[in-house]
Unconditional design. Structure first.
Lengths: 131, 330
């Protein structure tokens, strides 16, 4: 079952519809409900390799629905510590639980200053309202 | 909604996957009113069509339909279509929306005294109801595939064509444009799931029905495309000489079906190592893997051949399979 629309307050957001849950020097990344809903049921996640670097504002992977391919943009720079294999095996997990089991990557944050530049939930909701 | 051949078409209603599964397990309905309808009538209508279409028209009795190709002088495919023999001297051609004008002009140019070609697309609407329970849900009597009959669905007069583009049982209901909304609502009321273009594409790809503009076109010939079964090479029609030659010499490349052996979804225009190209690709909701069709050199066309597809720079393994890719377990 696809999740209901939500944008949790404890997350940071990137305007390309990605979120980050920052905990000390690590962050968990994923795509927002809005992105998952726009794509439709995901059927493929092409992740980066563990140990590789992701760059803020740049693509680190791809998600695909039956009809569409979309790049996933990194909200923060860092080193990939873990890929969510549950999403690799069952991509629809992202639609079901975009902020929980549907996370995509865990990274070591390279520059904690980047975190401050991200949107909070209120600002992200405003951005969506303008679209 | 997306623009498609001058129409605004829904890609999906509830979602491509649930719509796809509805058609495979129960019944789904597609508004395919964008398709073109050409009427060809007159004592010499048969002669005109027999010289323009690839399949043998003489195998059709009134009340029967046939998959056939409109070919050009090079044996290329101007359009693939279904011809219905409506009466002794009267035929209906249901053509692709994007080829409606071309197909009409092509036939009109070749009109002979005693044959009359008319484009009646704007007067007609077409609603495809597909799936193992489609006929039952519509309350229609059973009938063989590729036949048609006049009937009505909840008071709407329709021509019930036992044809479709999903590999499932079902029908395509042809009605007057002004009755289309009433028919659509009546079909939904009967518990049939509304389906969009997305599911239509994934359904037809699983059963390897070619899509004109993707898998076949004026530059591709029927033999290479695996459509020799729809070509009566023992009769005369446009481009038949070329097709006979390709058949005799063997095509240089063939349209094959393949499944991905690694996690990846093939897409149109991706390169296949060895000189091939993907012409249609998607995720198969029934098989849960990436599937596709594409042209490969004849040497790579045998079932079980390993292919390598360039998925945006990443080489991914695929395997040629016999068509159709998906077949319902009996």
């Amino acid at each position: 079952m696809a999740a209901a629309e939500s944008y949790p307050d404890d997350l940071k957001y990137h305007e390309e519809h990605d979120w980050a849950r920052v905990e000390r020097d690590e962050a968990v990344l994923g795509i927002t409900w809005f992105a998952a809903d726009a794509l439709g049921e995901l059927v493929h996640f092409e992740p980066p390799e563990v140990g590789s670097a992701v760059m803020k504002d740049q693509s680190y992977g791809e998600v695909e629905s039956v009809k569409a391919v979309s790049e996933v943009i990194a909200p923060l720079s860092g080193e990939v510590l873990e890929v969510n294999e549950q999403v690799v095996d069952a991509p629809e997990t992202v639609n079901d639980d975009p902020y929980g089991n549907g996370w995509l990557l865990r990274i070591r944050v390279g520059d904690s200053g980047e975190v401050d530049a991200l949107l909070d939930a209120g600002a992200y909701r405003e951005l969506l309202a303008q679209q | 909604m997306v623009p498609f051949a001058g129409w605004e078409m829904p890609v999906q209603y509830e979602g491509v996957i649930p719509e796809h599964l509805a058609v495979r397990t129960d019944a789904g309905v597609f508004d395919v009113s964008h398709m073109g309808e050409l009427e060809v009538e007159g004592p010499r209508a048969r002669e005109l069509l027999q010289g323009a279409l690839s399949n043998d028209l003489d195998r059709l009795e009134p009340g029967q339909a046939q998959y056939t190709l409109l070919t050009n002088e090079d044996g290329g495919i101007i359009d693939d279509l279904i011809v219905y023999r409506v009466g002794e001297c009267s035929y209906l051609l249901v053509v692709n929306a994007s080829n409606r004008a071309t197909a009409y002009a092509w036939l009109k140019e070749r009109e002979i005294p005693g044959s009359d070609v008319r484009d009646v697309s704007d007067e007609c609407a077409l609603v495809a109801v597909q799936g193992p329970r489609a006929i039952e849900r519509l309350g229609l009597p059973p009938a063989p595939a590729f036949t048609f009959a006049e009937d009505s669905v909840d008071g709407v007069e329709v021509m019930v064509n036992r044809t479709g583009y999903t590999g499932e049982d079902g029908c395509e209901l042809l009605c007057m444009s002004e009755d289309a909304v009433r028919l659509w609502d009546a079909v939904l009321e009967r518990g049939v799931v509304a389906c969009g273009l997305g599911a239509r594409d994934s359904l037809r790809l699983e059963v390897c029905y070619p899509l004109h503009g993707n898998d076949i076109g004026p530059e591709t010939d029927a033999i290479s495309a695996g459509l020799a079964w729809a070509c009566a090479l023992d009769k005369e029609f446009e481009g038949v000489d070329v097709l006979r030659r390709v058949k005799e010499e063997g095509p240089e490349r063939r349209l094959v079906a393949f499944v991905m052996e690694e996690k990846a979804i093939p897409r149109q225009r991706m390169a296949i190592e060895g000189g091939g190209e993907v012409t249609s690709g998607s995720h198969s909701p029934m098989l849960g893997i990436g599937i596709g069709m594409g042209y490969v050199p004849a040497a790579q066309a045998k079932a079980e051949t390993e292919l390598t597809i360039d998925v945006r720079g990443r080489p991914r393994r695929a395997r040629v399979v016999k068509k159709p890719i998906y077949k319902r377990e009996e």
